[in-house]
Design a protein around this ligand. Structure first.
Ligand code: GRF
Length: 190
């Protein structure tokens, strides 16, 4: 059963396994998927289940994204592996209604340039004993908004960045769904 009738847009750049987790949860009305990469597998995943899905080219991208969000009556935005900085125009229009998933225990290993395997490589190089994933509200500063859900996992002695990334990704899929439920419930009760 859907937990909210709010229409959600998911912004992606690649594989789309987090998008898939949101779709598979069957609790959310995913009404639009937008990608800054034409070849993103995430666009295929959306089209397979008839969700409108578009590649948004570079020119005036943030302006176009905002128009698409408005045309599709979107009320909530999820950044799920979206690698570009989202425009202030969108954040102003969707204040407290944009969330992001990040594969580390923020505020550690966040910020510009910290994405993908770079995060897990840094975690291992610094001999961290634990890592994890964080879902947070998006503000104008990279990876700095209020944390909604965070979950830890141990870093194992024989972890490579790839192995750690795989285990963190499993956690991401769980907490993204949890966080989305939480924010949608909160936003319907105010
Ligand atoms: C995830 O690790 C996410 O946290 C990060 O980029 C990766 C995207 O994976 N920002 P996917 O495209 O959802 O499979």
């Amino acid at each position: 059963m859907k937990i909210s009738s709010k229409k959600i847009a998911v912004l992606v750049s690649g594989r789309g396994s987090n998008l898939q987790a949101i779709i598979d949860a069957k609790k959310f009305d995913v009404a639009l998927v937008l990608s800054d990469k034409k070849s993103a597998k995430a666009l295929e995943r959306a089209s397979e289940v008839n969700i409108p899905a578009f590649y948004v080219p570079k020119d005036n991208r943030n302006k176009k994204i905002l128009s698409l969000l408005q045309e599709h009556d979107i009320e909530f935005v999820v950044l799920a592996g979206y690698l570009k900085k989202i425009g202030d125009n969108i954040l102003e229009e969707f204040e407290n209604r944009v969330i992001n998933i990040h594969p580390s225990l923020l505020p550690k290993y966040g910020g510009k340039g910290m994405y993908g395997l770079k995060v897990h490589t840094a975690v291992i190089e610094n001999n961290e004993k634990e890592s994890g994933a964080t879902v947070h509200y998006v503000t104008k500063v990279y990876d700095e908004g209020e944390i909604i859900v965070q979950q830890k996992i141990p870093v194992l002695n024989d972890d490579s960045p790839e192995k750690l990334a795989k285990r963190v990704l499993e956690i991401e899929h769980l907490i993204l769904v949890q966080a989305l439920e939480k924010v949608l419930r909160l936003s319907s009760s105010v």
